[in-house]
Design a protein around this ligand. Structure first.
Ligand code: F6R
Length: 251
């Protein structure tokens, strides 16, 4: 089958993550050498865990500093305070930020506790902060079983921006074990929009395991449609899929 954007298939997720981490470290160094901070868009979930482990290793070995790195996370659950163990703020602290030298003021994650009256202004300020930082140099993505990137569930427009989104029932089901039951999974989140994500200068989508093989094939070889927001990446100038052999098995 013909894919419409570059796909790199690795024997396993560790090999893929090691390669990408080295590429991102080189990108950060070259942007820092040019005299400005590097702006990274980050994802949460199970997929980026080996990638964050590799970034942490590079930092420990003295090969990567986050002193001049600015980050923007894709999303956060609405209704969860930052100290809730399932909040994406807690996740990032545990898996990456707590192990590297990033200045706390360089970290941006939507606030899951923002009230309804402030929500729109909070989302607009998030977009403005990305613009003020000079835009995203590198965006990391996973893919949900619904084809979502960020929490842009089916029906999310190509031009969508950071906003409140309703989680798809499949997405909530996938999160249920971590929350100890479906009834504890938030129904809403704040997510960067498809338009926000697509403005990143370089994008890497990671997917591991056979459960992702079908949606990876759809995103790469199916029509570009708001029913599979990852399919919008087909029209991006510098997006690459990093897969393990199982996630790439249907290509
Ligand atoms: C996470 C995010 C989501 C996940 C996707 C895959 O910040 O925005 O799009 O990347 O749901 O989740 P995992 O990696 O847990 O399979």
């Amino acid at each position: 089958m013909t894919e419409s954007l570059p796909v790199r298939i690795f024997p396993d997720r560790t090999a893929a993550s090691r390669t990408l981490a080295e590429e991102v470290a080189a990108l950060v160094r070259s942007i820092n050498d040019s005299g400005r901070p590097a702006v990274l868009g980050l994802a949460t979930g199970r997929t980026p865990l080996p990638f964050y482990a590799e970034l942490t290793r590079l930092h420990r070995e003295g090969k990567l500093s986050f002193a001049r790195v600015v980050t923007f996370n894709l999303d956060e659950y609405l209704g969860l305070p930052g100290n809730h163990p399932e909040s994406y703020r807690a996740f990032m602290q545990k898996e990456l930020f707590g192990h590297v030298d990033i200045p706390v003021e360089n970290i941006h994650i939507p606030d899951g506790m923002v009230g309804p009256a402030e929500l729109e202004a909070h989302c607009a300020a998030y977009e403005e902060a990305i613009r003020a930082a000079g835009g995203i140099d590198f965006q990391l993505l996973g893919i949900g079983r619904t084809g979502h990137i960020g929490f842009n569930e089916p029906g999310s427009p190509r031009e969508s921006r950071t906003r409140r989104v309703e989680l798809d029932p499949i997405t909530r089901q996938d999160a249920a074990p971590a929350f100890g039951g479906l009834e504890h999974v938030p129904e809403y989140a704040i997510s960067m929009g498809c338009g926000t994500i697509l403005e990143a200068r370089r994008i890497a989508l990671l997917a591991w395991g056979s459960a992702k093989a079908g949606i990876v094939r759809e995103a790469l070889t199916g029509p570009v449609t708001d029913q599979v927001s990852a399919s919008f990446l087909q029209d991006h100038a510098d997006a690459t899929f990093y897969l393990d052999s199982e996630a790439g098995a249907e290509l």
